[in-house]
Design a protein around this ligand. Structure first.
Ligand SMILES: Cc1cc2nc3c(=O)[nH]c(=O)nc-3n(C[C@H](O)[C@H](O)[C@H](O)COP(=O)(O)OP(=O)(O)OC[C@H]3O[C@@H](n4cnc5c(N)ncnc54)[C@H](O)[C@@H]3O)c2cc1C
Length: 373
């Protein structure tokens, strides 16, 4: 099978580049083993201080609404964190003192939403609050098994019964000006968070739960859908294993599911993520990139890979695949002419692209521009 460009990795970086190339008329294939960092996404895009117009356009065409409003957001453990660019159902406040009195709402049997931590965090800001548990018979089926009581399963039910939740909250609401809910609304039906806000006479704040992240999964689904509508091929659940390279040019790759069929392309993009997604791997002696065997930056002395201070910035997070200035991968010090590296697998090797989501999006656009030029 032959494509114009093959992208390995279907996370944020892979999807942004795939959509852009497909839109420019290329025939693209994305190969992705599965879960990516978006499944854990907080809803705020770090290191994107101002969204570039092409990012705003790409997300809006995919049906993802963004807001650019610098402020702080309430985190799942009751702390506050600065944010600028976020999905539009994320609440951003000028200061952490965002309410006079709050009601925190959870559902009986759902343990991935930390009401006690949230209450403690709000009390620290001088915001009195009480916790209300809703016993919804519609959740009885999934409640029978604790492993089923997860954000995505609950979100599927909530898309159907959100009006009942609104009624229950209205009955319980006393003199609180703010209601805090777990972020389990709007997985399929994007209008639900807005309708809940309209239906309850108080400020509604949706707060993150334990993963999987409902807004993150929705973002992934919408980007993937946009890519497929544009005609892109998405080989879900497959894994790139190795490549055929001659004279500094990648000719084809071999995948787990299509082992006897080589996938060929004019250009390749490596967007396999960092350690979390197994784009980078380590053994006691080295850190390596498993598909192409690319050059990776890391310190010789393994003891310096991490800091014993758990909360410190960890040095290994800066390690990444080496590239030239045009994002061509380096192998034994030499650039591979048609292999570009983007996203978190770059680690801290390209500070000009920022970190986190900023790195994923900026490096994706940079590689796309190289390929199209
Ligand atoms: C847990 C977590 C939470 C995060 N939350 C945020 C956040 O809230 N905000 C923010 O700005 N940033 C966040 N980040 C930073 C995040 O890394 C970036 O925002 C961005 O989503 C990374 O995208 P990526 O496409 O580079 O990599 P990933 O999202 O990691 O995607 C890489 C993909 O490649 C696939 N893959 C790997 N190897 C192969 C192979 N051999 N063949 C085929 N497919 C392969 C993986 O399965 C995965 O699907 C988070 C990171 C992590 C790890």
């Amino acid at each position: 099978m032959k494509f114009d460009t093959i992208i390995i990795g279907g996370g944020l970086a892979g999807l942004v580049s795939g959509i852009s190339l497909q839109k420019a008329g290329q025939d693209v294939a994305i190969i992705s083993t599965g879960q990516n960092a978006l499944h854990f996404f907080s809803g705020s895009f770090e290191s994107v201080e101002e969204p570039p117009q092409r990012m705003a356009d790409l997300f809006s065409e995919a049906g993802i609404r963004l807001q650019y409003r610098p402020g702080v957001r309430l985190m799942p453990l009751g702390t506050f964190r600065p944010a600028t660019l976020s999905l539009d159902d994320i609440n951003l406040f000028p200061t952490p003192r965002f309410a006079k009195k709050a009601m925190i709402v959870n559902f009986t049997g759902y343990h991935d939403f930390f009401t006690d931590f949230l209450a403690e965090g709000l009390e620290k800001q001088g915001i009195p609050c009480r916790v209300q548990l809703l016993q919804l018979p519609e959740l009885d089926v999934i409640r029978q098994s604790p492993s089923e009581m997860r954000s995505v399963q609950i979100a599927r039910t909530m898309d159907r019964i959100w009006e009942k939740v609104v009624q229950e909250i209205r009955v319980r609401l006393d003199d609180e000006d703010t209601v805090i809910l777990p972020q389990v609304f709007g997985l399929q039906d994007l209008s639900v968070p807005g309708r809940i806000r309209q239906g309850i006479p108080a400020q509604i704040v949706f707060v993150g739960t334990l993963p999987p992240s409902v807004p993150g999964i929705r973002t992934q689904m919408l980007l993937k859908r946009r890519y497929e509508i544009l005609g892109g091929t998405y080989l879900m659940g497959d894994e790139a294993l190795k490549a055929h390279i001659h004279d500094g040019v990648v000719h084809s790759i071999v995948t787990r599911n299509l082992d006897s069929h080589y996938l060929e392309a004019d250009n390749f993009i490596l967007a396999t993520g960092g350690f979390f997604s197994k784009g980078l791997k380590s053994n006691p002696f080295r850190i390596y990139e498993p598909v192409f065997g690319l050059d990776v930056t890391f310190a010789e002395d393994r003891n310096t890979w991490y800091s014993p201070d758990f909360s410190a910035d960890q040095p290994y997070m800066d390690y990444g695949v080496k590239t030239d200035a045009s994002l061509h991968a380096l192998q034994d010090g030499k650039p591979l002419k048609n292999l570009y590296v983007i996203g978190s697998i770059l680690g801290g090797t390209h500070p000009e692209f920022g970190t986190a989501a900023g790195l994923a999006v900026r490096s994706a656009f940079a590689a796309v521009d190289q390929i199209l030029s």
